[in-house]
Design a protein. Sequence first.
Lengths: 662, 254
Amino acid sequence: MDILGQLVVNAIMLGSIYALCAVAFTLVYGVVQLVNFAFGELFMLGAFFCVSLMLPEVRLFGQPVPMPGLPFLVALPVAIACVALIGAAVERIAYRPLRTAPRLAPLIAAIAVSVLLQSLAQSVWGAEELRFPLFALRQMPPIVLFDTVYVGVMQLFVLAAAIASMVGLTLFVRHTRLGRAMRATAEDLQAAELVGIPTNRVIAMAFLIGTAFAALAGILYAQAYSFAHPTMGFMPGLKALTAAVLGGIGSIPGAAIGGMLLAFVETFAAGYLPNGAAYRDAIGFAVLILVLVIRPQGILGRRELNEAPAGSLVGERQDRPGRWPALDRLLRRSGEGSLALGVALACIALALAFIITNDYWLRILIFVVTYGLLASGLNIVVGFTGLLDLGFVAFWAVGAYFTSILFVLVLRQGFGVAFGDIWWLFYVNLLAGGAFAALIAVLIGAPTLRLRGDYLAIMTLGFHEIIRITATNWVDLTRGPMGIRGIPVPSIPGKPFFEPKYLYLLGVCIAIVVVFALGRLVRSHVGRAWVAIRENELAAEAMGIDTAHFKLLAYATGGFVGGTVGVFFAHSQQYISPLSFSLFENILILMLIVMGGLGTLVGPFIGALFWIVFLQVAQGVPFIQAHPELRYALLGVALLVMMIVRPQGLAARARVSLRMHR
Amino acid sequence: MTPLLDVRGLTVDFGGLKALRGVDLGVAQGAIHGLVGPNGAGKSTLVNALTGVVRPTEGQITLDGVAIAGLPTHRIAAAGIARTFQNIRHFAGMTVLENVLVGAHRHFRAGLGGIIGRSAAARAEEAREVGRARELLDFVGLPGVEDAAASALAYGHQRRLEIARALMLSPRLLLLDEPMAGMNTAEKDDLSAVIRATRARGITVLVIEHDMQVIRALCDRLTVLHHGELLAEGRPAEVLADRAVQAAYLGRAA
């Protein structure tokens, strides 16, 4: 009784918080069909604003700044109001200009805003936890039920606040003019505009209210765990999104049900399963995936939200004359697969190993090649086939762990095999690791084929988190957070490639093979089938394309590249840990492709080069040295500007021609 | 002689709303067969059911004796039914030629190895299909635009592009869903000529159209749908003279 009762109380409190934040996702998705990933960060900002207002003094950018020291019940509404205004401002600046942009742009913008807000918070408040001050309501003695179950006054407050705001919102949407306008806009934006509804104001209102809910949830979460932290919003944001999808995105009661369901599953799994606390997040995502496979629209959702939205994912071809015709011609030639151009680029890349003698810069170039390769793999899935995949990094991890476990844990420690005797196995593993990752990709891909667009993105995100959590917690297999050390560097007999020069050359050789193979694949009926799926899935089916088969092939191809790069990465770094394969890496890789140009072969490398060079330049700026997180904030800003000004990417003109030339 | 396309008792039920009730339809080999009916009569549902986009609730569909009802869309396409869409669905991110080449998908045999190694067979089939694509672009009246972005074409040309893409499948039967919507008389005449030339290539055509003059001049047979049921079938002149058809379609008293 005692543990059960306490778990129920805890689950209800957590569920209330999830439900509140889920409302934010649901409300905005209902009106503009955008998964606003930034709600997790607005959730976090709510906590920081509230804590700051309650303290007498806070260090901002490292400088002490006096604060009003308000009581909790005053700080709460003030903080919510401030953050709600930020949320509305984000809509105005980042999302409104993108309303007619290619479908991928708003989602990328949301991710960029998320990265931007998180990095800014880290610069402003620092990377340390900010303790939540004690306040009167929290210090009241708990109510004891059945002698063993403790219910804090604040837990009751959380539940009451959740119920009150959800009921209030439901009444608002049902019975007010603005609420009706909101529902009309959700049904059909253009029709609503035609009958005189100021849709821009309605959408801004949805963001304002949604952000207020997210901020409230963040404050309640922070007081429950007694701290605020710049990354605190990530997991709860993901959970709230999960809850919204579980309940049926677009439905307010659905958000409440989804939030409670998720919280109960997690809390009870953590309470009763062996080692459940470590796997609680993974279990939550597993439930999400199960629901999406069985009932994609969620518990209370409407079916059509999972249907193919209209319009191109990545935008139309860029054919208007540009400012630098010579450069445009070169990019177009690269899109057509000019052999001379390819050979020239490969020679330049190889020659760099001999021109650059500085090991530091060579190591940086190895990163460019690694990230460019990863981005090339993901580009097949996102850029060519139009499947939004936020879990791609998992395949990279699979390849890296595959070879590391085999070499270090099995062969060396299990059988005592010396690396010098099996140097060739590394080269075999480049293929085997790729094949293994491709197999996993097919297994993961098969149930997701029915899902489209944003739902697919959420599901792949869930898969990624499950793999990451497993890699962290299955210590016997992966060594857990400690990672695997002593992975041998690639070599030929008697010559280990310790010098970055050789590693770089090896990386470039892999890149040449991969890009060559991918280039030939996309310039064939396979590539045309992929792009046809991206552009119009129904028409692709009607042209006799087995879309399920070709989607799986795209997953497998991307997964293969990811796995191969994983093998190279593990051996070139000689050390891997779950930290190398965070979700942030996935977002970064996606950003690189978008920056370089979706659906191009050179884009991923241009994006990677741009990013890594930017990192190096930024390191020289003193202010950025003091606040290194700002680099990511700047990347977010650059990406936002890019989405608005040039959504097809820097190398848009290198959009691949999908047939053989000569 | 059994017709090329034989539909028996086709019913499509959208959760209580019967879009089609027990429709029979036979399209003879080599015909240009018209399908008309007021908006909401079930014409597009019929095309969608024929191509597997919606699943028939009841009834049989055979193409040249082979049962195709309930097969996935791509299998039906491979079996020999190609279609165009009422609201244009070209591949916006592709050039005109690439769009048409997608229609040739089922004619490619090369595997991944052949593609990456660019085997002689892979090169030959690519060259063959590019040749066919160019020929078909000429055929539908779109010469010299193969490298333009599909989305840059004028509206009427996008419709022609869809027809060329569908013909790339080398279908037995071509379904045209309102191919002339929004066109002027001269454009309709041009497109009618293309449809006749298509039939001359041995491809049977089923065309949905609202313009009765076009139907009268173009079709050998005509089927009228009304409220999801078969109202009349026969030679266009006879069918259009039918009082029940006039009542349903033109709103005249029977």
